[in-house]
Design a binder for this molecule. Sequence first.
Ligand SMILES: [Zn+2]
Length: 296
Amino acid sequence: MAWDRDTVHHLFSQSEARSIISIPLSMNRKEDKLTWHFTKDGRYSVKSGYKVAKTLKENELRSPASSGNKTGLWKWLWALSIPNKVKIFLWRCLYGILPTKGALIRKGVSIEGVCTRCGMMVESNEHAVRDCMWMEHYWVVSPLRFRLPEISQRGTLGDWIVFMKEHGDKEGHALFAMLMWGAWCSRNDVTFGKNTHDQSHYIQMAINRLHEHAAALSNRTKTLRDEKLDRWMPPDAGYIKVNTDAYIREGEGSWIGVAIRDERGQIVTTLSRLISTEFDVAIAEAIACRDGRHWN
Ligand SMILES: [Zn+2]
């Protein structure tokens, strides 16, 4: 009956996580259910679906992704080997919809739209992660060694991402995406008055997250492969298969278990018994094998 804060922060961007955690939870334990955000009663209607699709289509036409190979751009983005929340962050950059101070002013939220760090410019998407003079050091000491005057000429963040996509390899793209996200985290920490670390902290964080993600991915592939090997397969027609196992229960002895199944995977018979002596696991496994063979 409480938000799993670690998981929420792990999966979503800071501002999304804050919004999610601020949603009050029901006091009586109710089942979760899916609702459609775009109708009053939360139920999907074709009419509202059509309206949403139309708006999305219009937004898409306005984004930089509309110039050139649009499908190619989204495919490239979703295939990047980076955490999902960073993909969504990059997607927001492509649409130019980061929740910057400049964007809040456009929405009529009355706050001062000036960048918290330099206090000089209105905070646009580009200013927030790239063009502020406080980001100069970040990009130049990053492994990409970007110089601010040069990258500032790359147009909007969307144009910049499209440019980067056309240059370099997959590893370089993933690193670039992570560094963009690191720059945004640094901006958020200053804006929300959190502990401010020096820029190299955020560069290191971005690189660490990239490595952690790669490690997690390779672990998952390994587990999937192992699971495939471990999956039980029925015997050939006309045969039975005998599976045996043993385990030691301290102070009690060794238990052995046998399951015999036919070609359809149906249980023919099972056996489990306690051997009073505490054997070594390997010996107990051997006894289980012997019993399994004698059982039928
Ligand atoms: Zn600034």
